[in-house]
Ligand binder design. Structure first.
Ligand SMILES: [Ca+2]
Ligand SMILES: [Ca+2]
Length: 185
């Protein structure tokens, strides 16, 4: 009988232990979920602050990048150097939306601006500053013509609507647009 009572007690103790363990586990899971939510919120807040910081410093936000339009004019390589000093590079245009955003910047300036496209390496082979080849081209009619007194290897995008790219001599002095990916800030 004593053995039966002992066994009964032991079962009760075991059962209580298991229940306590389960309660603890649930608490831990809840705490973990809460931490994960906090982390996600903080990351979003950090991205927002970075965007604001860049904006305050004269950069404009679009999609997953920030953009800077110069206040002075330089050659294409001088423009690129300035972008790189800022931890950026000349703008690479990957979509119609991005082209339209770049248009809005050059329209504000009412001037053509250098972008990160060149055929300096091989005449007629256009490459972005990251080495990739453009998928969509927005040449003005009759361009690129590599024309005039000197060869034309560097691309500007004009403030007019429609197709607006033109190849220009790289030593021309132009405004320019830098692009920096938000993840690189
Ligand atoms: Ca050319
Ligand atoms: Ca041209």
């Amino acid at each position: 009988r004593l053995a039966a009572v002992s066994l009964g007690l032991l079962s009760v103790v075991l059962l209580i232990s298991i229940i306590l363990l389960l309660i603890n586990f649930n608490h831990l899971t809840a705490a973990r979920d809460q931490l994960q939510t906090s982390y996600t919120n903080l990351t979003a807040e950090k991205d927002q602050l970075q965007t604001k910081k860049a904006f305050v410093e004269g950069w404009r936000y679009f999609s997953s990048s920030v953009y800077y339009i110069s206040t002075e004019k330089k050659s294409w390589s001088g423009s690129r150097e300035d972008c790189r000093r800022k931890g950026a590079d000349l703008v690479i245009i990957n979509s119609r939306e991005e082209q339209e955003f770049v248009d809005s910047l050059s329209v504000c300036k009412d001037a053509a601006v250098f972008i990160g496209l060149t055929d300096q390496d091989t005449e007629g082979i256009w490459k972005w500053v990251d080495g990739s080849e453009p998928t969509t081209l927005y040449w003005m009619s009759g361009q690129p013509n590599n024309g005039g007194w000197t060869k034309q290897d560097c691309v500007v995008t004009g403030p007019q609507l429609g197709k607006r790219w033109n190849d220009k001599p790289c030593q021309n002095l132009q405004y320019w647009i830098c692009e920096k990916k938000l993840k690189d800030i």
